[in-house]
Design a protein around this ligand. Structure first.
Ligand code: AMP
Ligand code: TRP
Length: 330
């Protein structure tokens, strides 16, 4: 086993457009704080995005946009490796190997994200089914200790543990066993139009999510239209008041006020007042975020991704060649 000084962190987001507050609060915003005490690697996972149909021009634009969002969220290329998955071919090579020697149909048949996305339709790509094996390769190539994501990725990280253990016991102890890192608050931001479904970029209505690049008018409209619960009290109660609890979570994370403080502030006041203030909090956040975002040029992003690719490739190459040796193909 290689012993590194700092724990290694790996995470990624798909460049499938419309990155939203759920992505930010559940994942990306947490990453910046991890950079000082860990070796962090953040990937734009474009080969995951193509598991569903993508327009080539849009995809190209979204790859740059996603990396820019990383930078605007405080991910510092001097501290962390930022790169594009398809540029390091070791990811797909390891995925094939794990497909053959570690992953079982029965493992993948259990994955709830696949079931949600395929909705029982068999006419979906094989890649969509195999998606978690590529994700395991991303994680395992870098001796990852911790994988910070939202709640929905927990099952996939657990699968990567299973695949690593199986490989280690069958061949050689080459893979470190990663742990999921999921925060208690914000790990599952719900849709603004339906508090029982997670906020999602593939939602049918744009009133489901606040995009990180939404205009102030769009954001205000979406907050004011957000569903609420019966009653009128502003109180955190996930079971009986799922919609208000979700809005309180967003308010708290963006304003750095605790939910308790917010409940006191809004005692005796109605949903209308609460939503108006929340809209202002969201707009302020978006305006600061977008100021940082707009200062970053495409050229700068391309240069960051290129440097990141070299560093990532260096690590990935070594791991893959050990894997190949142990399999007998090198
Ligand atoms: P994706 O957009 O599926 O590539 O997800 C990127 C990251 O955002 C992953 O770590 C997800 O777990 C996280 N994420 C996506 N949707 C949400 C949500 N509604 N709430 C919290 N985290 C989320
Ligand atoms: N599957 C993740 C998602 O949809 C994205 C992802 C791909 C990822 N590879 C990863 C996240 C490796 C963490 C680590 O959100």
């Amino acid at each position: 086993m290689i012993h590194q000084e700092k724990p290694t962190i790996f995470s990624g987001v798909q460049p499938s457009g419309n990155l939203h507050l759920g992505n930010y609060l559940g994942a990306i915003s947490r990453w910046a704080n991890l950079q000082d005490k860990n070796q962090c690697i953040f990937c734009v996972v474009d080969y995951h995005a193509i598991t569903i149909k993508q327009d080539p021009l849009e995809l190209k634009k979204n790859i740059i946009e996603t990396a820019k969002i990383y930078l605007a969220s405080g991910i510092d290329p001097k501290k962390s490796i930022i790169f594009q998955q398809s540029q390091v071919s070791e990811h797909t090579e390891l995925a094939w190997i794990l497909n053959c020697v570690s992953a079982r149909m029965s493992d993948l048949n259990k994955m709830t994200q696949y079931k949600d996305k395929a909705e029982g339709n068999e006419n979906v790509s094989v890649g969509l089914f195999d998606y978690p094996v590529l994700m395991a390769s991303d994680i395992l190539l870098y001796n990852t200790d911790l994988v910070p994501t939202g709640e929905d990725q927990k099952q996939h990280v657990e699968l990567s543990r299973t695949l690593a253990k199986r490989f280690n016991s069958q061949y050689k102890e080459l893979f470190r066993i990663p742990e999921p890192l999921i925060e208690r608050s914000g790990a599952r931001i719900m849709g603004l139009d339906d508090a029982f479904k997670k906020m999602s970029k593939s939602a049918k209505s744009e009133f489901n999510y606040i995009g990180l690049l939404d205009s102030p008018e769009q954001a205000r409209k979406k907050i004011m239209k957000a569903v609420t619960d019966t009653g009128s009290e502003i109180k955190y109660d996930k079971e009986n008041k799922p919609a208000i609890s979700n809005l309180l979570t967003i308010y708290s994370l963006l304003s750095k006020k605790t939910i308790k403080e917010l409940e006191v502030d809004y005692k005796g006041r109605g949903y209308g007042d609460f939503k108006k203030d929340l809209a202002e909090v969201v707009i302020n956040f978006l305006s600061d975020f977008q100021k940082r975002y707009n200062k970053i040029s495409d050229k700068e992003v391309v240069s960051v991704l290129l440097k990141g690719k070299k560093k990532a490739k260096n690590i990935a190459e070594k791991k893959l060649s050990e894997v190949k040796k142990s399999l007998g193909v090198l």
